[in-house]
Design a protein around this ligand. Sequence first.
Ligand code: SAM
Length: 311
Amino acid sequence: MTIDKTCRGADDASVWDEGAAARYAKAKHGPDGARFLDPHLYSLMSRERLAGSDFLDLGAGAGPWSQHALEQGARTVTAVDLNEAMLEQARTRLRVSGELPSNVNIVRGDVADLVFADNEFDRLASVNVGCNLPDGTFQAHFREAKRVARRGGRLVVTAPDSLLVSFTTVDDAEDIQTEIDGRWSRETAHDSGAVKRVIDSLRTVLRATFVLDEAGRPVLVTEENVHFVREGTPIIRRIPGLAVDNNFHTAKAYIEAAERAGWKVHAAHRDSFGSDDERREYNGGVEDSQKLGSEYVGNPSFLIMDLEKQD
Ligand SMILES: C[S@@+](CC[C@H](N)C(=O)[O-])C[C@H]1O[C@@H](n2cnc3c(N)ncnc32)[C@H](O)[C@@H]1O
């Protein structure tokens, strides 16, 4: 197998078209995000940290963290994203009586080449954005965030953290490649739309990683083909509710990129259930649609970093 190495950027409307932007906004971070991501974000973006701050939401998407920052008393909130469909979702979310509040600024721009002056922001967030960035701009994202942050400023960075593990909602998940191949054979045109459709159609899968073979067919990343996936390789991720173009970066690459850009890493969390008993107890307390499969025991699904600008 050789794999297709082309990557489409976030400004390509087909990456986050209106439908995908709306579905992403609706899914939030999915049932696993609700357990392993959002609680960390709420604690790292508490009222204590955000009140009175100038907050920059990098790759804001539909703006959930901009809205959160406003609710926690941020003085100003700036949301930046390259994708117009996402920005429209953010505008809809942040408008009050049809108008954007005067302390909210929504900007179309690149997180690797920010249009802001040095030292403008106290609190910054980059929630699941680095995974969209190819090698060339991944490091620049951390450097640019540091440039626009004030001394003592804090940046929260999160990323999906899975490659070989496919996370599911149930204990008896479908065989992913068999499902994909069956649906692929029924697609008439083997284009990027078909790739998204067949990955979208997986019923029990919350997160899985795919590469495209030379025929453009999505292939699940496994021990056998993982050697094709290196730092920065274009991949397609199944995330809750949809399939998205991403670039692969290891947790180590995130930490090193942050340190290289001069951020002090206060914490890097990679959370999972400690035991199956813990998972079952959790599943007992949530609706069926929120239940998590056994892969969530011992396998982290997100990386969450708390960074500080020191000089
Ligand atoms: C997975 S979404 C996350 C959105 C939001 N942070 C959240 O937590 O819901 C990633 C977002 O990053 C944006 N993005 C990707 N590359 C970008 C770039 N180079 N500059 C600005 N935004 C970018 C995408 O358009 C998308 O809205």
